[in-house]
Design a protein around this ligand. Sequence first.
Ligand SMILES: [Zn+2]
Length: 429
Amino acid sequence: MLSRLTPARLSRLYDESKEKMPPSDRAQWLDGRLRRQVRFAYENAPAVRDLLDRAGVKPSGIKTIKDLEKLPVTTKDKLVKLQQSDPPFGGFLAVPLNSLSRVYVSPGPIYDAWGMERITSIVRGFLRSGWPKAGDVVLVSTAYHMVPAGLVQTDALDMLGCTVVPAGIGQTELQVKVLHDLKATAIFSFPSFTMTILKKAEEMGYDVRRDFNLKYVTGGGERHIQVLRKVFEEQYGLIVGEGYGTADLGTVAYDCGLGLGYHYEDLDCLVEIVDPETGKQVPPLQPGEVVVTLFSRVYPLIRFGTGDLAAYTDEVCPCGRSAPRITRIMGMIGEHFRVKGMFVHMKELEDAMSACPEVTRYQMVLRLEDHRDRITLKVETDPGVDQTALSEAINKRCQDVFKLRIDAVEFLPKGAIPAEAKKVVDTRW
Ligand SMILES: [Zn+2]
């Protein structure tokens, strides 16, 4: 358990006026921090030194955000390889390992270094949105093992001074009871699981508005949040907190409450939207890859490619904040996809399926059903296989490799899936 921050520390953590500085001041301020960060990373993280040396760029050659184009983007695939050849952090860690608060392991597998700075960044998000508040009782209904999800939120809630129920995922009926008995004010989970809890409550005869003290729920991690957001707001009268972040980076961007996109979290990182082919920054409203440079003294990733495709606007938001906004996340670039809040690499899917030799060809179909991600796996097999046993074997294998259940395995005769068919079809857009 992390200790609660003092009121003085909390008030230093969030300064709204800083977020509303004029765009030209903001650009200057960011350039200055970028120069210091690149110098720090070059001197303290061997992988960054190597990156610059190979590109033939000296730290003094990066003076502005535009200069970052001189450096290559480190993709998620590249990070996996760097971590494999130089475990655990591929040369990006700038502090001794045992000074980290937490080390998480995300699918890939990728080691994620979490220092206190990332957790305080989440606390800043709470202060910005005004909720949760110290004294709130929060149900954290997301995974606690390996991945930065439940524990990260618990750490931040501890620092703010909330009471946490580490509920995890599952046991929906029990979660409803706890929500009711403890008069919990917030659920932190993936929107689809929060929806499952609310639906279960209704099945159990509760009226969510009347019988609970629930005020806030979190969004994020799933693509269809905009659909669910409306339901949470209109049907249940809840406030929805949203942000954009990744396991490798922590918080990258946040919704100011107006639902007009995600402002760059520029105290913690510098965001570029770049052409995935050339690595050059694209103009506003053009799609490109979200590439992030962390202002971290712990894990100073430079130009890390998230694999997410997005567009941005630099128009000042009606809230007065000058940080550009990611207007929308459009999907994934290349070899990853995100489903049920988990990041899955194509290689992991191939790995899982290679252990099922009865399957001659397969195709995963991702759909949205009742506001939830649903995974169907179409498989081609020889006639006469034991479909129940094979279904179970496939599911076990998928859970072992990327921790996700397949909702339905559909058996098809040989030849039904064309050889050139995509391995993953995403119909959720
Ligand atoms: Zn705003």
